[in-house]
Design a protein around this ligand. Structure first.
Ligand SMILES: Cc1cc2nc3c(=O)[nH]c(=O)nc-3n(C[C@H](O)[C@H](O)[C@H](O)COP(=O)(O)O)c2cc1C
Length: 407
């Protein structure tokens, strides 16, 4: 049973529930019921393949409205796809097949539902459901990421046993979870009290005026964090190393090069911040001596002495105030959880976002991470392959939870 907290937000809202041809289409029936109970006006639009899984008649009875599926029905001419798109307050695609997501992300409009989506300016939420290998296929992940970049929201599928016999991420999120996602987003300025410092991108340690050592961090994670946390009402400041992603000018951003620069910036006004998220990929070593002039090529080999850089995260852990929340990131190729557990203790962190960068299509420069969230009380949340915007939402939820525990 879903607990309905407020009856205001969905009353009389026009919701188009798009149903596509997957095995979990039957769960859309429960979705219709929940939305109607909340006071929404629901119109179901189905793909032709969806009709092979659940009949139009079922949705017609449940919603009390004619079900839309035919693009060229003469009797439907007064409710064209443009009218439907214009009048919608929300379009929810539940379930969304791999096929449908891919068509939408490529601007294909060969059925009524796709035409409605391409014509709408309203909020769109997509609930993917498919076999785990289909879901993790880089083609599908790329299409999901593309739509997320255009502002389409996704309710991630659940993990578990799938109808196809496989086990993994791909099962349609439960209707209650989708319903709560819709409602939560309506009341979503939940981090207005937080002033969040985010570090991101790659530091560079120079050998001479033109050569340096660094890493492939793109800053995508920091950008996603800033966007998501600001949208939830938080104030953010970003201290970034080298970035491939560009921040919009309205973000409060300070650029730096080396670990030393970053350390100086981070500790400047540290007490102002309620949360510190260290997503930057900071170099562990620097050249012992910086050569003022370009190092010349010679015929034999060459050796450079290196020394450790300062550990900014460890210093933050030592100096953090009791009400500050400190979140670190780690990139690992083995023993991801054990290493995170050690780090969280040694560096006095509240949370480690531990990424297994050996997983394909994840980590530096990619749109996804393969993540375990390890918290101070040793609980481990296995998030699997998750997009950086969705991971940012999880981190925002964590901050909210910890703040409630601290206060
Ligand atoms: C029994 C059965 C179950 C299916 N379940 C899914 C599913 O859960 N997710 C998915 O992406 N495709 C699934 N498919 C494949 C889709 O039906 C197929 O890709 C179809 O073209 C989707 O059409 P639509 O996106 O226009 O609705 C299933 C196919 C069959 C025969």
């Amino acid at each position: 049973m879903v607990k309905i907290k407020s009856k205001d937000s969905l009353i009389n809202k026009n919701i188009i529930l798009g149903v596509t041809g997957g095995i979990s289409a039957y769960k859309a029936c429960e979705m219709v019921r929940l939305l109607i109970k909340e006071g929404a006006k629901v119109t179901v639009a189905m793909t032709k393949n969806a009709e092979k899984f659940v009949s139009k008649m079922t949705f017609q009875y449940l919603s009390g409205n004619k079900v839309l599926s035919n693009m060229y029905d003469e009797n439907e001419s007064e409710i064209s796809h443009i009218n439907i798109a214009d009048s919608a307050d929300l379009i929810l695609i539940c379930p969304a097949t791999a096929n449908f997501i891919s068509k939408y992300s490529n601007g294909i409009a060969d059925n009524l539902l796709l035409n409605i989506l391409l014509a709408t300016k309203s909020r769109v939420i997509i609930c993917p459901a498919m076999n785990v290998n289909m879901y993790e296929n880089p083609v599908i992940q790329k299409n999901i990421n593309k739509l997320q970049e255009y502002g389409v929201e996704f309710v991630e599928p659940d993990s578990g046993e799938l109808a196809c016999g496989w086990e993994g991420k791909g099962r349609l999120a439960e209707p209650e979870k989708i319903f709560n996602f819709i409602k939560k987003k309506d009341q979503n300025k939940d981090l207005t009290e937080e002033n969040i410092l985010i570090t991101c991108g790659a530091t560079r340690e120079y050998l001479d005026p033109i050569r340096f050592i660094s890493n492939p961090s793109s800053g995508k994670m920091g950008l996603a964090l800033a966007k998501v946390l600001e949208a939830r009402g938080a104030k953010t400041k970003i201290i970034c190393g080298h970035m491939e992603e560009k921040f919009a000018s309205n973000f409060n951003t300070v650029k730096c090069e080396s670990v030393e620069d970053m350390e100086r910036e981070v500790f400047k006004d540290l007490n102002k911040f309620t949360v510190i998220i260290k997503a930057a990929a900071v170099g562990d070593y620097k050249f012992k001596k910086f050569k003022k002039n370009k190092v010349k090529k010679n015929d034999s080999g060459i050796n450079f002495e290196m020394e450790k850089t300062n550990d900014i995260l460890a210093r933050l852990g030592q100096e953090k105030k009791p009400n500050q929340i400190l979140i670190g990131f780690s990139a690992e190729t083995e023993n991801t959880i054990n290493n995170a557990m050690k780090k969280i203790k040694n560096k006095n962190l509240d949370l480690i976002v531990a990424n297994d960068i050996s997983f394909p299509d994840s980590g530096f420069g990619k749109n996804n991470n393969f993540t375990y969230m390890v918290s101070k009380n040793k609980s481990v949340e296995d998030l699997g392959l998750i997009s950086k915007p969705n991971l940012s939402i999880k981190i925002g939820d964590y901050i909210k939870r910890i703040r409630m525990e601290l206060s």
